[in-house]
Write a protein that binds this ligand. Structure first.
Ligand code: FAD
Length: 383
C-alpha cells in the first residue's frame, strides 16, 4: 500500500452552499437552546427530536438512493454535513450507527423487503440501529465470536452475550454477528449477521456505565431469541465479509478526529478572552495537525466517493486521528489551567472533564489502535 496515494480532495463549490445551510441550521438550534454543544456527542448525545429534524432536511441517509428515502448526495456531501455536526458538538448519537454503517450494510447486503422496511425510516431519523459485534471474550479477535445461531422452523435461535453495544437500550434493532456453522480451519467461515429487532422479551439489555456514570453502552444477552429468516442479513455464512465491510464504514469518518473539537473551540475562545497569548503557538500547532488529519480523512471520503473500499487507509487515519483527540485534551489542560468539573455550568470545565473521562474509549472503539496498525502492517507486507 502507498498511503500517500491518497489523493488530496478539493471539495466542489456547490458543497459550500450545503455547508452554509448546515451551519445556519446549527446556529439556530444552538441559539434557541434546542441543543447544547458537547464533546463526543456521536457516542453520548442522544436526541431523537434532533435526529428527526436532520432527517427532515435530508441530512441522514445521504448515501441511500432516493427510492429508499435518501438523497444520494454522496460521500463528500455526507462528509461536509458530518464534520459540521461534529464541530458544533451536536447530539447525533441516536442515528449515528444506522446512518454510518447499518444503513449502508442493508443497502449492500439486505433483501428488497429489508431495505424498504428500514432505510426510509433511518433516513427520516426515526429508526436507530446498534452494532452487536464484541463479546466478553471477543473484541479484537472478532472471528472467535461465541454467540451461536441455530436454524429452526422459519428462522434461527440466537444465544450468546454481546458487550459494549452502544445505544442498544434505545435502538430499534441490533445487527448481531453469530457463528452459524461449526468452526473449521477457516475461522472466518460460518458466521452470519442477523437483524435483531428490539425490544424483544428474550433480549436482556443491561447498562455498562462510562467513567462519567453515563449509560451509553450495554451488555446484551441473547437468550434463545427467535430471528425469522426474513431478518438474516445477507447470505448465511458470509458474516465475516459483511462485518469487515461494516468496519471499514465505521473507521473511515471525521468522527475519529473531531470528538474533542468542541473543547478546542471553547478553550481557544477562553484563552483569547483572557488575553493568554503565550499558548498561541501550541494552539496553532494543534490546529495545524488537525487540518492535516482532516485532509487525510477527506481523502478517504474521496476514495469512498470514487467507489473504492479504503479500509487500510481508514485504519491508518483512525489511528492517527484518535491519538490526536487526546492531544487536544492534554493541550487544553496545559494551557487553560482550568479545573475539570463535570457539574460546572461553564462549558470549558464541563467539556474538559467529559473529554478526559471519555478519552480511554477513543483508541479502543471501532477496533483498537494496535489492531489497526496490524491491518496497516499486513498491507505493507511487514507482518
Ligand atoms: C466507547 C465504546 C463504544 C463501543 N461500542 C461498541 C458497539 O457499539 N458495538 C460493539 O460490538 N463493540 C463496541 N465497542 C467495543 C470495541 O469494539 C472493543 O472494545 C474493541 O474492539 C476491543 O476489544 P476488547 O475490548 O475485547 O479488547 P481486547 O481485544 O481484549 O484487547 C485488549 C488489549 O489487547 C490488545 N490486543 C488484542 N489483540 C491484539 C493483537 N493481536 N495484537 C496486539 N494487541 C492486541 C488491544 O489492542 C487492547 O489494547 C465499543 C467500545 C468502546 C470503548
Amino acid at each position: 500500500m502507498d498511503l500517500w496515494s491518497l489523493e488530496p480532495v478539493a471539495l466542489p463549490a456547490e458543497l459550500d452552499v450545503l455547508r452554509r445551510g448546515v451551519r445556519a441550521f446549527l446556529a439556530e438550534e444552538l441559539s434557541s437552546g434546542r441543543i447544547a454543544p458537547n464533546c463526543d456527542q456521536w457516542l453520548g448525545g442522544w436526541d431523537h427530536a434532533f435526529s428527526r429534524r436532520l432527517g427532515e432536511r435530508g441530512w441522514i441517509g445521504m448515501a441511500f438512493p432516493a427510492q429508499y428515502g435518501g438523497s444520494a448526495a454522496g460521500a463528500l456531501a455526507r462528509f461536509v454535513v458530518t464534520e459540521e455536526l461534529l464541530a458544533a458538538g451536536a447530539p447525533v448519537a441516536a442515528h449515528w450507527i444506522a446512518d454510518r454503517q447499518s444503513g449502508p450494510g442493508l443497502l449492500r447486503f439486505g433483501t428488497e423487503e429489508q431495505k424498504q422496511a428500514f432505510l426510509p425510516r433511518i433516513a427520516r431519523g426515526e429508526c436507530f440501529f446498534a452494532a452487536g459485534m464484541s463479546e466478553p471474550d471477543t473484541g479484537s479477535d472478532l472471528a472467535s465470536v461465541h454467540t451461536r445461531g441455530r436454524q429452526v422452523d422459519g428462522g434461527w435461535r440466537l444465544t450468546g452475550t454481546k458487550v459494549w453495544v452502544s445505544g442498544a437500550h434505545r435502538t430499534h434493532a441490533m445487527i448481531a454477528l453469530a457463528r452459524t456453522e461449526p468452526r473449521t480451519a477457516d475461522r472466518h467461515a460460518g458466521l452470519t449477521q442477523f437483524i435483531v429487532e428490539l425490544p424483544d422479551p428474550d433480549v436482556h439489555i443491561r447498562p455498562i456505565r462510562l467513567l462519567t456514570g453515563e449509560h451509553h453502552f450495554n451488555e446484551v444477552v441473547l437468550d434463545d431469541v427467535f430471528v425469522p429468516d426474513a431478518r438474516v442479513l445477507g447470505e448465511p455464512g458470509s458474516g465475516w465479509q459483511q462485518v469487515t465491510s461494516e468496519l471499514a464504514m465505521e473507521r473511515s469518518g471525521p468522527e475519529r478526529i473531531l470528538s474533542t473539537f468542541p473543547l478546542l473551540a471553547v478553550a481557544a475562545d477562553h484563552l483569547a478572552e483572557n488575553g493568554e497569548r503565550s499558548g498561541a503557538s501550541r494552539v496553532g500547532a494543534v490546529v495545524g495537525r488537525m487540518w492535516a488529519l482532516r485532509q487525510l480523512s477527506l481523502a478517504v471520503a474521496g476514495r469512498l466517493e470514487a467507489g473504492a473500499a479504503p479500509a487500510v487507509e481508514a485504519a491508518a487515519v483512525k489511528d492517527l486521528g484518535t491519538r490526536f483527540e487526546s492531544v487536544v485534551i492534554d493541550t487544553v489542560r496545559l494551557l487553560s489551567q482550568v479545573v475539570p468539573d463535570l457539574g460546572s455550568n461553564r462549558p470549558l470545565p464541563r467539556m474538559l472533564a467529559e473529554a478526559i473521562l471519555h478519552s480511554p474509549g477513543f483508541t479502543l472503539r471501532g477496533g483498537t489502535n494496535e489492531i489497526l496498525r496490524g491491518v496497516v502492517a499486513k498491507e505493507l507486507g511487514v507482518r
